[in-house]
Design a protein around this ligand. Structure first.
Ligand SMILES: *[C@@H]1O[C@H](CO)[C@@H](O)[C@H](O)[C@H]1NC(C)=O
Length: 248
């Protein structure tokens, strides 16, 4: 039977297992350009996935401005509409980096923006392209994937402001964005697109499956190295290349 099990079944079946390495959660977001579906892969980066789902479940991604849209690179977002909400999340502190299992950054892959080891908070990015240059910093471990069918929505996000000022663009300043929230975006960046809301889609594992297939799909668990040094730093940073670093 084993050779008849499609990869997608293996993936979803494993999601049924309490201690599964392949837990997936489907999140649906409405944006000002249409809906997008996001598959969260807890086995790629359990800590990042959990933080993202905490954010989703708390309603964080309501009216969140897509403040940094750099064509052929990424869209970065995750500063709350309401500065009080952002302050609460900042006060919760950063999360530890996940062990790097070398999940490649593909078109539509999502990871957190950070500014050094163990600095992830609320900002994430979606890669526009397959990008082997991204994902190598310890905080850039991929944790989710936009459904390929929905990437046309991501492609359509307004990019006219470009990158952040520090990198030659006209995009929002992250400091002011955090301090002033959407009032700043609405007054100075009227064309920005937004995530309108995101929520977890319940019972995503509902394909009919066979017991034997499930057993065949079991993979041996692997011990992961969780060694890491807490060392919070200031900026949410994405490295585009050696000389192109983006900070909050
Ligand atoms: C999300 O926003 C869309 C568009 O405004 C709306 O139709 C939908 O009901 C909202 N969903 C939730 C769960 O609030």
């Amino acid at each position: 039977m084993k050779h008849h099990v499609l990869p997608i079944f293996i993936f979803l079946l494993s999601a049924c297992l309490a201690a599964g390495d392949d837990d997936v959660t489907l999140v649906k977001c409405s944006t000002s350009k249409g809906p997008i579906r996001i598959t969260v892969h807890e086995n790629w980066a359990p800590i990042g996935a959990a933080r993202f789902l905490d954010l989703v479940n708390s309603g964080f991604f309501t009216q969140v401005g897509l403040g940094r849209v750099v064509p052929n690179f990424l869209v970065q977002f995750g500063i709350a509409a309401d500065p009080q909400v952002q302050r609460r999340w900042n006060a919760k502190g950063t999360i530890l980096d996940d062990p790097d299992i070398h999940t490649p950054i593909k078109r539509g892959t999502i990871a957190f923006a950070g500014g050094g080891k163990n600095t992830r908070t609320t900002q994430i990015w979606i890669s526009f392209n397959d990008n082997p240059g991204l994902g190598h910093s310890p905080w850039e471990t991929a944790f989710a994937q936009v459904d390929p069918e929905d990437m046309h929505v991501v492609d359509s996000f307004y990019s006219g402001y470009g990158d952040m000022g520090a990198f030659g663009g006209k995009g929002p300043d992250q400091g002011r964005h955090q301090q002033e929230g959407n009032a700043y975006l609405r007054s100075e960046f009227p064309d920005l697109d937004y995530l309108l809301n995101c929520s977890v889609v319940p019972s995503q594992v509902d394909l009919p499956v066979q017991e034997e297939e499930l057993e065949d799909s079991l993979l041996p668990g692997e011990e992961e190295d969780t060694e890491s040094t807490p060392q919070a730093d200031s900026a949410d940073t994405i490295q585009r290349s050696e000389d192109e670093v983006v900070e909050e």
